[in-house]
Design a protein around this ligand. Sequence first.
Ligand code: MN
Length: 151
Amino acid sequence: MKFKNLVILFMIGVFTFSCKAQNKSIIFPKGEKITNNNFTGNAYLQMLVAPDSLNPISVGNVTFDPGARTKWHVHPAGQILLVTDGVGYYQEKGKAKEILRKGDVKKCPPNIPHWHGASANSAFVQVAITGREKGETIWLESVSDEQYNHL
Ligand code: MN
């Protein structure tokens, strides 16, 4: 076999392996880039379950690029976050920032201002289960860089 063919085979192998490595932790699709102004940085949403009369909740897969986060916000009926990949943050107003990692589960109590998002050096993927029966999410001010970087 010619050396050139060996190089091509090697490159195909590297490409195949890197694709598998990148996809190994993807559970749900990344979805579309979020274009509303409720986030800082790049975040993506794939809706998984829309609320209906039987299950008045929405379930969405949210992927945050490193440094991306929500604004401060409130869920009138609370929220549950299931972390499926990466390292991120969760903070309730007046409390310390918590680190969330793949496999962590976080309950956001109703009507408590909070934010969540990626850490500075890692993307963060969460499945957000949001109660809807007491109203829509109320969006507040942005999380400043000072708040974001505060330990
Ligand atoms: Mn929330």
